[in-house]
Design a protein around this ligand. Structure first.
Ligand SMILES: [Zn+2]
Length: 414
């Protein structure tokens, strides 16, 4: 008996990787509103995972289904004559390939990064620490709180001076743990602002407040244990974690949120129940008086999303938000023809209440607030393969330059 207890203790101490053996991914193409309604039924099932989010309008969507539900899933799609094709036969195989590419990327010295792999949280922290040591006149690191599992939450302030009077662009990423391309994008922005001579002008008139990984507990968990973890890691009665991007105190628990602890869109027991979202809200508030733009990076809906997520109504400056996004997107597509969709979150993706973007716009009065949804890894992967990171983040940076130019022209007075 004692041996058995020792064995249980020993095995629970080492994190077991969750297996996605024989999980399949289907690309489903609803062709009318009725089809979308049928798919919405599946969306409530915590075992069925919509990788790219279920669009309200009619768009293909990738859905991951565990072995035990595959025949039922296919039967219901057939019954409703909803077109689908299987695009990935075994998700575990994809995860292994990703692990392989990750391990093949050249290793860097501590504090150095490149854009051919996804980095662990400690490596991200080391990079920020190096920058702050090497460029103390431009960079300030600030620990703005602790995660549920007591990881340090860190932001980086980039300023070329001006006594905190310049307009601020606030950038974050990684609120959803598994969307690895988002922290990579934010790190690329930091890298360009501080380590590229071509982008020096972007820190002359604007101060930047940047958080590469908002949800480090979840992010680490996707590296160590469950590649598809999306939420925070706070303990629940039945299931763990809260969707931090449903946890903000602005129309909390409205459309697109779940009160089911096991759901991937669980809004939490109360608004700001998560230390990560509460700490972020305090930081946004602290800089709000001079923040002109809030950009929150996600994947993988390949879209510019502006408020609102909780209602189909449009915000007062929707025309400005839309035309600025069009201009920014044009700069991206000029590189290689990549196209992003543009619209309000509710209208072009799906209802989502209690997001950081809606809160930044509605509660912190930041009039240029966007969720930036980066692309998925082709038809059948979740994130891009590591070797494709650089292409995406450099393209998107062209769009960020347009944003910077607009904020500079509109708000900085020299
Ligand atoms: Zn997301």
């Amino acid at each position: 008996m004692r041996l058995l207890i020792l064995f249980i203790l020993a095995t629970s101490a080492t994190a077991q990787k969750i297996s996605y053996e024989n999980y399949k991914v289907y690309q489903v193409v609803p062709s009318n509103e009725k089809h979308v309604e049928v798919l919405k039924m599946f969306e409530d099932n915590p075992n069925i995972d919509f990788w790219t989010g279920l669009y309200r309008s009619i768009q293909p969507v990738n859905v991951m289904v565990p072995p035990k539900l595959q025949s039922k899933f296919e039967a219901i799609l057939n019954q409703h004559k909803i077109y689908y094709k299987m695009v990935l036969e075994n998700v575990e195989k994809m995860i292994n390939e990703e692990r392989q590419s990750q391990s093949e990327a050249a290793s860097k010295a501590s504090g150095e990064i490149s854009f051919d792999k996804y980095y662990r949280y400690s490596e991200v922290q080391d990079y920020l620490i190096r920058l702050s040591r090497e460029k103390p006149d431009l960079v300030k690191l600030e620990n703005y709180g602790l995660s549920y599992e007591n990881r340090t939450l860190t932001l980086i302030r980039v300023s070329s001076g001006g006594n905190d009077k310049k307009p601020v662009i606030f950038v974050d990423g990684g609120i959803h743990a598994r969307e690895w391309i988002a922290p990579a994008q934010v790190l690329y922005i930091i890298n360009q602002l501080l380590e590229s001579s071509e982008s020096q002008n972007m820190i002359q008139n604007i101060d930047w407040v940047i958080i590469p990984v908002l949800n480090p507990d979840g992010y680490e968990y996707t590296h160590t244990t469950d590649r598809f973890w999306r939420k925070t890691r706070s303990k629940g009665a039945v299931c763990d974690g809260v969707d931090p991007n449903r946890n903000f105190d602005y129309h909390w628990m409205g459309p697109g949120s779940s009160n089911d602890e096991c759901s991937n869109t669980y809004a939490g027991p109360t608004p700001f129940s998560e230390p990560e979202t509460l700490a972020l809200s305090k930081v946004i508030k602290r800089f709000a008086h001079r923040t002109k733009m809030y950009l929150s990076f996600h994947s993988a809906a390949k879209s510019y999303l502006y408020p609102w997520g909780y209602t189909s109504e449009l915000p007062p400056n929707a025309d400005e938000l839309h035309s600025l996004a069009v201009e920014s997107e044009r700069a991206i597509s000029a590189v290689n023809g990549t196209r992003y969709k543009i619209g309000s979150s509710f209208n072009i993706l799906s209802p989502a209440s209690g997001s950081s973007r809606d809160w930044a716009y509605g509660a912190a009065a930041i009039n240029l607030s966007y969720t930036m949804e980066l692309p998925p890894g082709g038809e059948n992967r979740f994130d891009l393969p590591p070797e494709e990171i650089l292409g995406v983040v450099t393209e998107m940076f062209e769009g960020v330059k347009v944003f910077h130019e607009y904020v500079k022209e509109e708000y900085s007075k020299i």
